[in-house]
Design a protein around this ligand. Structure first.
Ligand code: SF4
Ligand code: ZN
Length: 307
């Protein structure tokens, strides 16, 4: 099988694009998708400071690699990698170590911040006490808040997240089936400036999880192979399986799900931005009186007192 772009032997089949690619052109194919997303989502300028959220997993380590490759030589442009330690046994401690080492290799400043310091409780704490809500419910909300707080402390202009196309398609379908229009509208990227929020950019959102894994193996990008011990409890896994099954029949299904979201996004996001105000407890921007993170923390405190 010949590569669709050169005379070399093709090693990778890209069914949704009708391409067969050799190793070199596979890397180029992924690179061009990432660059295109950067171009479409944001215009960085001199003096900008960006925070890259790096969990140590394959997607965020790939993102750090791409950021370094594309912007590493830029002058007067600051890149800070940050790992949020949610307090999950020593799982994230090991991830943070790997993220720190890789950042150092690339010459990028790295910080580790913790739920313990910013929220006062950890994901392990809530998993022990709350038997009804899944740890991921707390964890995702706390992570978003902590990253926003950190980015503001750093005076950052943007936060970059390593969400891939699989993550995106899952989030879209999840919010559609829950009827959660507000949360659907709040999916990144957020390029519009809203008081109290640092805009979030998602440059990997058109790259499949499998493509990132393959790329990392070829390019020697290190990452943590283990999964968070709470991941199997997450409802997201059901959607992952659902979309992966659909993909066997329709290779473009994750792209069409994202394209659907792109088409409707403009109609729903207006309302959401307008309703924001500072949380009565912590001051972070929120839709209601109290932000979701403070609401969850109060729930935890109440349940803890009952134990
Ligand atoms: Fe947090 Fe759930 Fe992700 Fe684990 S799988 S890091 S608990 S959101
Ligand atoms: Zn709050």
């Amino acid at each position: 099988m010949k590569c669709s772009r050169c005379n070399g032997e093709a090693r990778f089949r890209i069914p949704y694009a009708g391409l067969n690619l050799c190793e070199e052109h596979f890397l180029e194919f992924v690179d061009s998708k990432v660059k295109r997303e950067f171009r479409e989502q944001v215009r960085f300028k001199k003096g900008d400071r960006i925070v890259v959220a790096v969990s140590g997993g394959k997607d965020s380590m790939h993102l750090l690699y791409q950021v370094h490759k594309i912007f590493g030589e830029w002058r007067d442009f600051e890149i800070i990698a940050v790992t949020v330690d949610e307090g999950i046994g020593d799982f994230r401690v090991k991830c943070a170590e790997l993220a720190r080492e890789y950042s150092k290799e690339l010459g990028i400043e790295h910080r580790t911040i913790t739920f313990r310091d910013y929220i006062g409780i950890t994901t392990d704490d809530v998993a022990k006490v709350d038997k009804e809500l899944k740890p991921c419910t707390y964890c995702g909300v706390f992570r978003r808040k902590v990253l926003n707080m950190f980015a503001k402390e750093m005076n950052a202009d943007y936060v970059l997240l390593g969400l891939n196309l699989d993550d995106f398609a899952q989030s879209i379908v999840m919010n559609v089936t829950r009827g959660d229009v507000a949360r659907l509208a709040r999916l990144a990227p957020h390029t519009r400036r809203v008081e109290g929020f640092v805009p979030r950019i998602v440059p990997l959102r058109r790259v499949l999880e499998e493509e990132i894994r393959t790329y990392n193996e070829i390019a020697g990008i290190p990452y943590m192979h283990g999964r968070c011990p709470y991941a199997s409890l997450a409802i997201r896994d059901v959607y992952r399986e659902f979309l992966n099954n659909l993909e066997k029949r329709d290779p473009a299904v994750k792209f069409s799900t994202l394209n659907f979201f792109e088409k409707i996004k403009g109609y729903v996001e207006e309302d959401v931005g307008r309703e924001l105000r500072p949380c009565r407890i912590c001051g972070e921007p929120t839709i209601g009186e109290v932000c979701k993170a403070c609401e969850l923390k109060m729930r935890y405190e109440k349940l803890k007192d009952q134990v």
